[in-house]
Design a protein. Structure first.
Length: 270
């Protein structure tokens, strides 16, 4: 059995959480990541028969029964993951009954998965129904994206259109647009269900006055989606109070999207 501290999925979690904290996206214990793993990669490092603890999920995740995840812990600070992954991360398997998670490694101080893990699992289920290769769900509080929530209409068409106009790359990186939810109580099944419904259509969902969810096939893809939205939101916040002299016009956005061959939300233009 190989040393799990050398597992690529642990290394990715350590590096990504450190980077997100450095960028100011995950203050204190804000934010969380879940990463769907292949059974063979987990069992290279862990004994699948050695279940340390069983943790109730609080909803029915039968669709994911037998699936393995590495996930950040509740109340854990991203800044601490790199130095103490065994305290701040957990590798677990969704039990056959779909009601519980079986902890195989981590949360060594008696902790458990993030309170938003049920919301993550709902988003995983929604995205897997659209894209069977989706593996990552990432939630954080990017500063400029959050600030934009307070000064810009919170509807999907207007938010997406504004972000597309801020940076030339945006319509290419997220041509499917950005989903938007109003403020909702976090850590509940209700917000998880609402987010999952949006995830059938979008890879990015803004939680009003809270943060953003991004998903992808890889850690880089999910991170890159959020990173691009945050850059566009930053440009918007730096210029929103100034006279607008130049803009990327809708016809230019259309030319751009078609030049890169992406399937974009035409109804979000105009």
């Amino acid at each position: 059995m190989k040393d799990i501290m050398n597992a690529p999925f642990i290394t990715e979690m350590r590096k990504t959480t450190a980077n997100m904290y450095r960028l100011g996206w995950d203050e204190r214990n804000g934010g969380n990541i879940s990463y769907l793993l292949e059974e063979k990669e987990v069992l290279t490092y862990l004994d699948g028969t050695n279940v340390l603890r069983t943790i109730p999920l609080g909803f029915d995740a039968t669709m994911l029964a037998g699936k393995y995840f590495v996930v950040t812990g509740t109340g854990k600070y991203f800044k601490n993951v790199e130095d103490a992954p065994e305290m701040n991360l957990g590798v677990l398997r969704i039990a056959k009954d779909g009601q519980n998670a079986e902890l195989l490694w981590g949360f060594a101080d008696g902790g458990k998965f993030t309170s938003e893990f049920p919301a993550h699992l709902m988003s995983h289920m929604a995205r897997l129904s659209v894209d069977p290769e989706n593996r990552v769900v990432m939630h954080c509080h990017p500063t400029h994206t959050l600030a934009m929530n307070y000064v810009h209409p919170l509807n999907e068409k207007e938010v997406t259109h504004t972000l597309w106009q801020m940076c030339t790359e945006c319509i290419v990186v997220f041509p499917d647009g950005v989903g938007v939810l109003p403020w909702m109580l976090c850590g509940t099944n209700e917000i998880g269900e609402a987010t999952a419904e949006k995830m059938k259509e979008f890879r990015l969902v803004i939680w009003g006055m809270h943060g953003i969810y991004g998903v992808g096939k890889t850690m880089d893809e999910a991170f890159g989606l959020i990173e691009t939205v945050e850059k566009a939101a930053q440009v918007y916040m730096l210029t929103a109070h100034l006279p607008r002299v130049n803009i990327i016009r809708d016809d230019e956005l259309q030319v751009l999207a078609e030049a890169f061959g992406v399937k974009y939300r035409k109804d979000f233009l105009g």
